[in-house]
Design a protein around this ligand. Sequence first.
Ligand SMILES: *[C@@H]1O[C@H](CO)[C@@H](O)[C@H](O)[C@H]1NC(C)=O
Ligand SMILES: *[C@@H]1O[C@H](CO)[C@@H](O)[C@H](O)[C@H]1NC(C)=O
Ligand SMILES: *[C@@H]1O[C@H](CO)[C@@H](O)[C@H](O)[C@H]1NC(C)=O
Ligand SMILES: *[C@@H]1O[C@H](CO)[C@@H](O)[C@H](O)[C@H]1NC(C)=O
Length: 476
Amino acid sequence: MDTLVKLVLTLGLLASTATAAYHRKTFKDYCSSVDGDSEHYMCKDFVFNTFDHIELNIHDQSISTADLVQFQNCTMRKFPKIFFKKFHWVVYLHINNCKLRNITNPDKDADNLENLERIVEMNYRRNQIETLPNYYFHYFSNLAKLDLSYNAIKEISSSIFEYAVGLKMLYLEGNSISELAPDAFKNILNLTSIVLSENKIKALPATIFKYNTKLSLIDLNDNEITFLPVDVFNGLTNLEFLRLDKNDFNTQTFTPALLNLPMLTHLNLSNTELKINDEMFSKCSNLEFVDLSRNNLKKIDVHIFKGLKNLLQLHINDNDLSEFDFKNEIFKKENFELQVYENQWKCPYLRDMMIYFDGKKIEHRPPQDRFVDILDYSCLRGIKCYGEFNYDKYSDFIEGDVSAELAEHISGQVGTFIATIIFLTIFAVIAIAVIVVLVLQPDFIMGRFRRTQSAYRGNSFENNSEILSGDQFVAP
Ligand SMILES: *[C@@H]1O[C@H](CO)[C@@H](O)[C@H](O)[C@H]1NC(C)=O
Ligand SMILES: *[C@@H]1O[C@H](CO)[C@@H](O)[C@H](O)[C@H]1NC(C)=O
Ligand SMILES: *[C@@H]1O[C@H](CO)[C@@H](O)[C@H](O)[C@H]1NC(C)=O
Ligand SMILES: *[C@@H]1O[C@H](CO)[C@@H](O)[C@H](O)[C@H]1NC(C)=O
């Protein structure tokens, strides 16, 4: 009896000690300041089931100055209860790579409204969010930056961002968005950047950006858009960056009305199957960077660039061009960058082009990872060319004047080549030596072989044959 009481008491004591220890865990057991910055806390390996047991000492001076808390690689499928009450000091909230599925706060009443209004930045990048609750952003009235990239969102309905009126930056890349409500961003009047790349958007509603006249960046890279309504970018008088690359505009006409964007400086139309329209850039006269690469273009008439006085960079690489008016006035600017690699240039044509580029200081070198294999192709400065190729005539463009990278590339190739030759030579010498020995001294070698054979037969081999001829192995 006595022992039983003792046991129960001990167990009780142990349990309460354990529970006390568990409850005593504080924020700082999980989170530490980043580089001694008292305003930035990083929390890792956090399991949110235990979240309710964390004590946050609101009087802790070192936490009270913090405003950015970042959870990384945690496990948190649901949103924790009274999160914003506990983290009432958070202004910038990051929950990244935490398997978060449901961001609905199950206990919104307990989260004081003022705590929600404090949030300026919310970053739920790399989670598993599929649906966004309607009106979710209603209470986050000061939210300016929202990052929901790399989740599993399929649809943006008209009610999701209805009250997210303070948003300036919205990142939705890397989701599975195929449906965009025509008025999805209608109330976000201060929006300056929207990133919708790496989604499955097929149709962009004509009115989608109608009210977002402050937009300066739109990224629609890597979607399935086949058609842009003619007025979709209408009135975007502040737009500077537009990425439409990696879509399929096979039947699209890029009319001046479509690209009526007076402030546009960067336009990426790479990998879009586009058809060039003579007037397509006539209403975006501020363009500085234009990418028309990877479009199977056989011909580009330079008159399409004629009004572009600020043009500094043009990419026409990865097309099927064999001619291009590279001597045009438009490109006669010091340090103009003209990317021309991966086309159908004839070698003499490419050589003339590079002599001209050198004289006018036009940049034209392909990125290092795009240097062609010089042992497989005729190539001038890493740019592939076709037809007649005369090493003496082109030596300036192969060795004399090559950039350090290409020289390194060549010496790497030559190094491999020399190593192969040396290896083959050594191999051949050994092979010849063996043959010579076999041919010239057969008696010596055969003699040794015979001696070995007889020695073998004299011992184990003959013993083995005795066993083999034993009764059980003889056929009946
Ligand atoms: C989270 O995981 C990523 C990728 O596995 C890693 O690069 C990062 O350092 C991790 N973060 C923390 C705080 O452990
Ligand atoms: C998300 O959580 C809320 C609150 O716990 C719940 O009401 C809602 O049904 C959940 N949504 C999904 C899609 O599971
Ligand atoms: C939009 O920006 C303007 C100017 O910065 C500001 O006065 C206004 O309050 C903002 N609107 C909202 C809804 O945040
Ligand atoms: C355009 O986008 C492609 C990817 O689709 C990228 O490789 C290229 O660098 C971009 N062009 C410019 C000028 O930034």
